[in-house]
Every structure is written in C-alpha cells, then in structure tokens.
Design a protein around this ligand. Structure first.
Ligand SMILES: Nc1nc2c(ncn2[C@@H]2O[C@H](COP(=O)(O)OP(=O)(O)OP(=O)(O)O)[C@@H](O)[C@H]2O)c(=O)[nH]1
Ligand SMILES: [Zn+2]
Length: 189
C-alpha cells in the first residue's frame, strides 16, 4: 500500500507520461488509468522501504537432513532499468544447520518479498540467499533463477523467449562440487 501523497504523485506522473506519448488522459479508456497504475506500483514495489522480512517460522528437527530443495518457484519482478517485468522460476536449496528448518511456504514468500522492488536479476538472486542466511544461517545455500526479461523481448534486441540464468552459492555449495552438481541435476531433472 502507498500513502495518499505518493498515490497522487504517481497519478500526476502517469498523466504526464500519457500526454508525452501523445495520448489523451481524458479519453474514456484512460480516465482511471493513472489511479490504477499508482495502485499497481504500490503492489509490485511493496517491498521498497518495507520492514525486514519476518513472516517465517523455524522448526526444530531431531535429525539434520541433507539438502532441502524448493524448485520451480514462480516469481515476477520489475527490471530497474526499464521498469518492465522480468519473471520466471527460482530454485532455492539449503543444507540445514543446528537442526532447524524453515516452514516450507515461507521460502516462496521470501522470494515474493525480494521480488517486489526494482531489481536486476543478479541482485535478486543474491538477496534471496542473504535473507536466508540472516534468518536460518544454514551450512550452505544455492539459489538459481531462470527468467524472461520483457525489456529484451518486447523492445530493444527483441529476443523473444530468451532465458537469463543466474546462480549464487554459499557455504558447502561453494566448497563441495558434488553438492553443487546434485543441486544442478535436481533442478534440471
Ligand atoms: N545485468 C542485468 N542487466 C539487465 C537486467 N535487466 C535489464 N538489463 C539490461 O540493462 C541494460 C541497460 O542498458 P542501456 O544501454 O542503458 O539501455 P537500453 O538503451 O534500453 O539498452 P537495450 O535494452 O540494449 O536497448 C540492457 O542491456 C538490459 O538488457 C538484469 O536483470 N540484469
Ligand atoms: Zn530492463
């Protein structure tokens, strides 16, 4: 949610953009557009200046398992260069430490939290790992993102369907090549 002052600010800006591209902001189809776009930005950028992610639960387990992998988590974010969407799938794995695991649904929630701000894919990848380190401090984390960028598809180089892949590893995923290979096999299998 954005406050009233910022809602007004975005509405004004959108009206100006519509005028500048040659549109008539007063025509029927566009009358409500500035307000709608302002609400939409409130939604897709809701993590900007938001409090730190704290919607998670940690559970003790008797035996420490090996890799916990949540793959194919869909995400939508906005590229900070063009304010166009980039979206795709995130794969997150970690090796639990101290016999604690995180509630499973909280990982996709964390991905959502990290995605809802202007981003580059590389920073989004690293941020998900950093948040997991802060919350859980596991023995190792692997994050891999595969995404389509609208700024490369609907404009610019116009490479429809091209995929950008990024990854980031910490701890045992960095030092243990077998573990990294297992992660890659499991997300590609
Ligand atoms: N590394 C990285 N680059 C991105 C991401 N999203 C968009 N970009 C790139 O940001 C760059 C911005 O380059 P500029 O030359 O300033 O912008 P532009 O003139 O619109 O560039 P073109 O897209 O090539 O037309 C482009 O190469 C985009 O492809 C991202 O998540 N990560
Ligand atoms: Zn872009």
């Amino acid at each position: 949610m954005i406050n009233e002052a910022n809602q007004q600010k975005i509405e004004q800006a959108v009206k100006m953009i519509l005028e500048a591209v040659g549109e008539d902001p007063k025509r029927e189809g566009l009358i409500e557009t500035p307000a709608r776009v302002a609400r939409m930005y409130g939604e897709v950028f809701s993590s900007v200046n938001a409090p730190a992610f704290d919607n998670y639960k940690l559970f003790p387990v008797d035996e420490t398992t090996e890799m916990v992998l949540i793959k194919d988590i869909p995400f939508y974010s906005m590229c900070e260069h063009h304010l166009l969407p980039f979206f795709g799938q995130v794969h997150v794995a970690y090796i639990p430490d101290q016999k604690r695991v995180m509630g499973l649904s909280k990982i996709p929630r964390l991905v959502n939290y990290c995605a809802k701000r202007p981003n580059v894919q590389e920073r989004l990848t690293v941020n998900i790992a950093k948040e997991l380190t802060r919350i859980l401090d596991p023995k190792g984390i692997a994050v891999s993102i595969s995404a389509r960028h609208m700024c490369m598809e609907m404009r610019g180089v116009e490479k429809t369907g091209s995929l950008t892949e990024t990854s980031y590893y910490t701890g045992s995923f960095k030092t243990d090549q077998d573990l990294k290979r297992e992660f890659l096999q499991r997300i590609n299998g």
